[in-house]
Design a protein around this ligand. Structure first.
Ligand code: C2O
Length: 577
C-alpha cells in the first residue's frame, strides 16, 4: 500500500527522524519534519526556459506523505524576493489556525530571508490533499501533493491497491504569472490565459516542443492502482479520462465516498479525487492516452488546450520502450467544454460512505442560515485611465456584492489580540442587501462594493449556507473553497434557490463531505458545517482570477468555553507584516 510512497526518494530526502515502516508503529502519530526552501529554479517547458519560484528547486514541489494522527513540522525558508506563505489545502487545522497559511488572513507573509515553521496535526482525515502558495498567483508554480495514509494497521475501505500514484494537474504560463495578474489588475481586463495544462508538471505531446515532457504511467496487467488526482490549476476546472479504462472513485477531498465507476471525471481547482484504476487482465497490444481539458462556463477567454499523459503496459517479454512505438494509441473522448449536464450528473453521484466507521455527521438542526450570492461584477475605472473590463470598467467579483479588500495585517492576529479596529468589520451581510433575480436578465448597475467584512460565529454554531451563482456578467461555475472545515453538500439546483421548496429535497443522510464545491453555473448549492474550530477561516473561489478580483470573505469562529475549544496562542516565529 503506502510502501511505494513512503520509500520514494523525495520522501527519504525530507523525512528526518524515524526509520520507515520497520518499527512497530505507535497508535498515536509521529512527528515528521520537512524543510521547504523557497528559491528560484530554472525550468524549460514548451521550449521556453524560465526561472520560477519553487520549493527545494523542484517542480512540482516535494510530496508530503504522512499518516492520520501525525504531527507535521514544516520549516519554510524564503530565499526569493517575493513574500510567500504556504497553505495546507483541506487540512482542518483544529485550533492551529496559525498554520493555515493564507497571507493576510491567518498570517503575515514570510518575507525575504525569513522563515516560519508550520506546525499542525492531522486529525480524522485520510486521503489526498495538496499544499500551495497562498499569496497572489505564486501557487502557479509552488504546489505539491499532500498524501495522508490511514493510521498504521487500518485498511482502506476498498481493495488494497498494488501501487499509489499522485497525479497533480497544473497550469503552465510562458510569461511570469505574477506579471500576468498584476497587469490584469491594472488594466481591469481579464488576465492572459495559460499556455498549457500539465500532469505532474509535464504538458505532454499535444503541445509544440513538448513531447519529451510527457507524464508516463507504467503499469503491469491485472493490478489495481490508486491514482491520487489533484487539481492545482489556477483558473480551470478539468475533465479527465483514460482511454479504454474505467475509473472507480473512492475518495474526494480526503473523505471516503460510496465507490462508483466512471469513464470521465470532473475536478475543480482545489478538489482532489482518489480513483482506482484496474489494469487489463493481460498485456494489451496498445497504449492509452490520459487527457485533461477544461470545463468552461464563463464568457471570457480561456486556455482551450489539452494535456495528455501516457498509460503504458510493461510487456513481460520485451522492454516496453522498444515495443511501444509499434502499438496503436487510444485517446479518450472528453465531454464538450461547456457540458454542464455532465457536471451535474457527476456531482449527484458523489455520496459520503456514511458507514459506522466513517459516518456522515451532517448537522441536523441549523442555528444560522446564510445566503450568499457569488459572481462577477465591475468596479470603477480611475480617472484618466482607460480600463479593459466590461464597458470601460474593471472586472471585479464579490460575495453578496462585497468585493473583499485584503488587509495589510493578518486578520487572525487582529482577532486574537482584540485589535480589529481599522483591520476588519464584523458586518458581512448574511443575505443580499438588495434581493434581485440572481439568474435572470442582469440589471444595468453591475458595480460591487468594497470592504474587509467578516461573519462572526459563536463556537459550535451549526451553519447552513446557500451559495447562489449570479448572471450579472454571465452565469459561471465557481469552485468555492472553505478553510478550516469540511462541509456537507446537502443540495444543489438551477435557477434561484427557493427557500420554501428546495430544503425539502436536501440530502441529510449521505451527502458528500468536502472542502471545495462547484457552485453550478446559473444555479445554487447548499452546504452545512459545524463551526467547531476557533479561528479566522478564509472562503473564496478557487479560480485564482476570481479571488484576485475579490470573490472571497472570512468567517471568525470564537473560542468555546472549555480549554480544548480555544485557539492556541501564536507561535513565537509567526511572521510580522
Ligand atoms: Cu487552496 Cu485558500 O486555498
Amino acid at each position: 500500500m503506502g510502501a511505494s510512497l513512503l520509500s520514494s526518494p523525495a520522501f527519504l530526502v525530507f523525512f528526518s527522524f524515524f526509520t520507515l515502516g520497520l518499527l512497530p508503529g505507535p497508535v498515536l502519530g509521529i512527528t515528521r519534519h520537512y524543510k521547504f526552501d523557497i528559491k528560484l529554479h530554472n525550468v524549460t517547458r514548451l521550449c521556453n526556459t524560465k526561472s520560477i519560484v519553487s520549493v527545494n528547486g523542484q517542480f512540482p514541489g516535494p510530496r508530503i506523505v504522512a499518516r492520520e494522527g501525525d504531527q507535521l513540522l514544516i520549516k519554510v525558508v524564503n530565499h526569493v524576493s517575493n513574500n510567500i506563505s504556504i497553505h495546507w489545502h483541506g487540512i482542518r487545522q483544529l485550533r492551529s489556525g496559525w498554520a493555515d497559511g493564507p497571507a493576510y488572513v491567518t498570517q503575515c507573509p514570510v518575507q525575504t530571508g525569513q522563515s516560519y515553521v508550520y506546525n499542525f496535526t492531522i486529525v480524522g482525515q485520510r486521503g489526498t490533499l495538496f499544499w500551495h502558495a497562498h499569496i497572489s498567483w505564486l501557487r502557479a508554480t509552488v504546489y505539491g501533493p499532500l498524501v495522508i495514509l490511514p493510521k498504521r494497521g487500518v485498511p482502506y475501505p476498498f481493495p488494497k491497491p498494488y501501487k499509489e500514484v499522485p497525479i497533480i494537474f497544473g497550469e503552465w504560463f510562458n510569461a511570469d504569472p505574477e506579471a500576468v495578474i498584476s497587469q490584469a489588475l491594472q488594466t481591469g481586463g481579464g488576465p492572459n490565459v495559460s499556455d498549457a495544462y500539465t500532469i505532474n508538471g509535464l504538458p505532454g505531446p499535444l503541445y509544440n516542443c513538448s513531447a519529451k515532457d510527457t507524464f508516463k504511467l507504467n503499469v503491469k496487467p491485472g493490478k489495481t492502482y490508486l491514482l491520487r488526482l489533484i487539481n492545482a490549476a489556477l483558473n480551470d476546472e478539468l475533465f479527465f479520462s483514460i482511454a479504454n479504462h474505467t475509473l472507480t472513485v473512492v475518495d474526494v477531498d480526503a473523505i471516503y465516498v460510496k465507490p462508483f465507476e466512471t469513464e470521465t471525471l470532473l475536478i475543480t481547482p482545489g478538489q482532489t479525487t482518489n480513483v482506482l484504476l484496474k489494469t487489463k487482465p493481460s498485456y494489451p497490444s496498445a497504449t492509452f492516452f490520459m487527457t485533461a481539458r477544461p470545463y468552461v462556463t464563463g464568457q471570457g477567454t480561456f486556455d482551450n488546450s489539452t494535456v495528455a499523459g501516457i498509460l503504458e503496459y510493461e510487456s513481460p517479454s520485451n522492454s516496453f520502450h522498444s515495443s511501444i512505438k509499434m502499438l496503436p494509441l487510444f485517446k479518450p473522448i472528453l465531454p464538450a467544454l461547456n457540458d454542464t449536464s455532465f457536471a451535474t450528473n457527476f456531482a449527484s453521484k458523489l455520496r459520503s460512505l456514511a458507514s459506522a466507521q466513517y459516518p456522515a455527521n451532517v448537522p441536523r438542526k441549523v442555528d444560522k442560515h446564510f445566503f450568499f450570492t457569488v459572481g462577477l461584477g465591475t468596479s470603477a475605472c480611475q480617472q484618466n485611465q482607460t480600463c479593459q473590463g466590461p464597458n470601460g470598467t474593471k472586472f471585479a467579483a464579490s460575495v453578496n456584492n462585497v468585493s473583499f479588500t485584503m488587509p495589510t495585517t493578518a486578520l487572525l492576529q487582529a482577532h486574537f489580540f482584540g485589535q480589529s479596529n481599522g483591520v476588519y468589520t464584523p458586518d458581512f451581510p448574511i443575505n443580499p442587501i438588495i434581493p434581485f433575480n440572481y439568474t435572470g436578465t442582469p440589471a444595468n448597475n453591475t458595480m460591487v462594493s468594497n470592504g474587509t467584512k467578516v461573519v462572526v460565529l459563536p463556537f459550535n454554531t451549526s451553519v447552513e449556507l446557500i451559495m447562489q451563482d449570479t448572471s450579472i456578467l454571465g452565469a459561471e461555475s465557481h469552485p468555492l473553497h472553505l478553510h478550516g472545515f469540511n462541509f456537507f453538500v446537502v443540495g444543489q439546483g438551477f435557477g434561484n434557490f427557493d427557500p420554501n421548496k428546495d430544503p425539502a429535497n436536501f440530502n441529510l443522510v449521505d451527502p458528500i463531505e468536502r472542502n471545495t464545491v462547484g457552485v453550478p453555473s446559473g444555479g445554487w448549492v447548499a452546504i452545512r458545517f459545524l463551526a467547531d474550530n476557533p479561528g479566522v477561516w478564509f472562503m473564496h473561489c478557487h479560480l485564482e482570477v476570481h479571488t484576485s478580483w475579490g470573490l472571497k470573505m472570512a468567517w471568525i469562529v470564537l473560542d468555546g468555553k472549555l480549554p480544548n475549544q480555544k485557539l492556541l496562542p501564536p507561535p513565537a516565529d509567526l511572521p510580522k507584516c
